[in-house]
Every structure is written in structure tokens, then in C-alpha cells.
Design a protein. Structure first.
Length: 262
């Protein structure tokens, strides 16, 4: 039960959607630096190329890019077909790609719901379903395949900002993850969610620039998240240490959700 074996992900095949930037990039680096083979996918081909070059310079594991626009259902299928050409199995799927939309309540557009729910929820199901055969091949009785869904504390609490579709999509994702845990556990695949608090990312950049002091003041640990925080949680869930965790929603937020407002 030594720590090197307990948290070992060396040789595992991992797919991280949105793995070139923000939280996805942090997660990808955690896997690569610990010896995994990591495929990252998004629609930004330049960002993918840059991230792959940086990740491969770290050594130990390997990183590869497969471009895909997850707003398009057919791109999910293309991604899966390309991955099947390169790998016979998949050990870990990290559903990280997501989008947000903020607008005043009285002006909130219907199109925002379509856009945000498509990427944050609908495509998570589509891609997971399509990849299930590869995940089954990557599973064994003592080492199940893993699905890690990147949720948000805004799916657990009422957010201060007017991001109605985003918070609803993340709440939906948290519950979808539990439904998948029940259904896919029977196929030796676990499904868990990380409900992330504030991290430095493109999505959070403008908010942090304006309100970072206020945000950090409301976090019991007094800081935003670091790459080690979210990568460490993923490594735990992907290794032997997390093999019996299924259907959980783990907050990675420094205590945001439990912070008293009185």
C-alpha cells in the first residue's frame, strides 16, 4: 500500500476535453508529468499544438492532440473514431469542455441556453456514450475505468453573477454523473464529479480581474485554486486510491460552498 502504487497513473490512456487551456490544461499536465498518455481535444487547433509541445517537454508521459468542436455532434463521433485508430482502450475520460454566458435576467437570451447546455451537458452524455466501449476495454475488476466530470460550485449554490444557464447546466451535470455512476458501475466504470471553485482560467479571467480580493475573502482558505489542487484530485480519482469512489461530487473550492455569509 505504498504511495507510489496507490496514486500511480503511469501508462494509463487519458482523454481530456478542453485540455489545452485553463483547468483542462492543469489536469493534462498532472497526468503527463506522472507518466500517462494524454489526448487533449478542443476546437482551438493553435492552442492544442502549443499545449502538446509544452506538455511533451515535461517528459515522463506523452501528449497528443485531436481537434474537435464539441458543439457539433458529428465531431464527437470523429474524435472517437480517431482515438480508436490510435488506442485499443481508454482508462480515464475527463469531461472538462464548457462554456458560460452572463446577461441580466430580463435580457437573458434563449440562444444562451442552447449553447451552454449543449456543451456543458448534452455533449458530455454523447461523448461518454460513444467512448463507453473503449472505457470497458480499459477496465479491470480491481482498476475500473474512470469518468471525471468537471462541474462547478455554481451547480451547488446560487451564484452571485447572472449566469442562469451555466449554473443549471452544472447542476444537471452533477446529477448526470450520479446517474452514470449507477448505470456504468455495472460495467466496471466509475463516474465522479469535481465541483470546482475559482481557478485562473479564460472563463474566470474577467471576474478575477475585477473581484479577486472579494472572491478570496469569501474562501475559508483565502486563495483561489492552483493547478496542483485540481490535478491532484484527478490523480486521486484515476488511481488505485480512488478506485472505490463512484457517484461522488467532490468540492475543490477551498471551502467556498460551506463559507458562512453572516
Amino acid at each position: 500500500m505504498d504511495i507510489q502504487n496507490l496514486f500511480n497513473v503511469k501508462g494509463k490512456v487519458v482523454l481530456v476535453t478542453g485540455g489545452a487551456k485553463g483547468i483542462g490544461r492543469m489536469i493534462s499536465e498532472g497526468y503527463v508529468t506522472n507518466g500517462a498518455t494524454v489526448y487533449i481535444s478542443s476546437r482551438d487547433e493553435k492552442a492544442l499544438e502549443k499545449a502538446v509541445n509544452e506538455l511533451n517537454a515535461l517528459g515522463k508521459g506523452k501528449a497528443y492532440a485531436i481537434p474537435a468542436n464539441f458543439y457539433k455532434e458529428e465531431d464527437c463521433q470523429k474524435l472517437v473514431e480517431e482515438l480508436k485508430k490510435r488506442e485499443s482502450k481508454l482508462h480515464v475520460l475527463v469531461n472538462n469542455s464548457g462554456s458560460n454566458w452572463g446577461a441580466p435576467y430580463d435580457e437573458y437570451p434563449s440562444s444562451a441556453w442552447t449553447r451552454v447546455l449543449t456543451l456543458n451537458l448534452h455533449r458530455v452524455f454523447d461523448l461518454t456514450r460513444l467512448l463507453t466501449p473503449l472505457l470497458e476495454k480499459g477496465a479491470s475488476p480491481g482498476d475500473p475505468a474512470r469518468i471525471i466530470n468537471i462541474g462547478s460550485i455554481d451547480g451547488l449554490r446560487v451564484p452571485a453573477l447572472e449566469t442562469f444557464a451555466y449554473s443549471a447546466s452544472k447542476a444537471g451535470l452533477h446529477h448526470l454523473s450520479r446517474v452514470l455512476a449507477n448505470h456504468l458501475g455495472k460495467r466496471n466504470i466509475t463516474s465522479n464529479t469535481l465541483a470546482c471553485g475559482p481557478f485562473q482560467s479564460k472563463m474566470m479571467a474577467a471576474t478575477l480581474e475585477k473581484y479577486r480580493d472579494v472572491i478570496e475573502a469569501g474562501i475559508p482558505l483565502g486563495r483561489i485554486g492552483t493547478p496542483e489542487d485540481v490535478a491532484g484530485a484527478c490523480l486521486f480519482l484515476s488511481s488505485r486510491a480512488g478506485a472505490y469512489v463512484n457517484g461522488a461530487t467532490i468540492t475543490v473550492d477551498g471551502g467556498c460552498v460551506v463559507a458562512s455569509k453572516l
